[in-house]
Ligand binder design. Structure first.
Ligand SMILES: [Zn+2]
Length: 187
């Protein structure tokens, strides 16, 4: 797995450098733009520093070839789940402002259904196993789709529409953590 740090320039709209005290969950997103690269999406977050596009960013992006681009250090907040209101369950498990205790991962995808490549999926499973181990999180109850936090968003589309695949993915991460082998079953 290729991991590259390409940190955003500190700025108010995508990298404010506000601290995260404790990571309580990891939130998964899709970039909502088929066939765009991790680097292009990182550059889009960078372009938000002008302010005209409003707030928005994530800690890392996983590309179509499985490459990982780190945008924001883990101890700084990203703006990936901002909303006027949050689901009660997310507030209970995380905080009244979940940006302040979650790590955001954006996934590149190949179509408008949100299908991902085998390479993207492989890197995601590996990254989640590493991060959950690092923060001592159980993937089965600490991984969230963006939609579960805010209630309304169709993000990440594939897993919002394929519940069983989402549940299976969490168990693959747990298996990867326990054995180092996730037995990839995704097509
Ligand atoms: Zn999202």
């Amino acid at each position: 797995m290729k991991i590259e740090a390409d940190w955003l320039t500190p700025n108010r709209y995508s990298r404010s450098q506000r601290p995260i005290k404790e990571i309580r969950g990891i939130v998964i997103h899709w970039v909502a733009n088929p066939h765009t690269s991790a680097k292009a999406n990182r550059d889009y977050f960078e372009s938000r520093k002008s302010g005209t596009l409003g707030f928005g960013s994530a800690h890392e992006i996983i590309g179509l070839k499985g490459e990982v681009v780190l945008c924001i250090p883990e101890r700084e907040m990203a703006y990936h789940v901002g909303a006027r209101a949050y689901c009660a369950e997310a507030v209970r498990a995380l905080s009244p402002y979940p940006n302040n205790c979650t790590y955001g991962i954006e996934l590149c995808h190949i179509d408008w259904e949100g299908r991902m490549t085998r390479e993207t999926m492989g890197s995601l499973i590996e990254r989640l196993a590493i991060l959950c181990t690092h923060w001592e999180l159980d993937p089965v109850n600490s991984l969230y789709r963006h939609q579960e936090i805010v209630g309304f968003k169709d993000c990440p589309r594939w897993w919002v529409r394929h519940q069983a695949d989402w549940e299976a993915m969490k168990w693959l991460v747990r298996s990867e953590m326990e054995t180092g082998e996730s037995c990839m079953t995704f097509k």
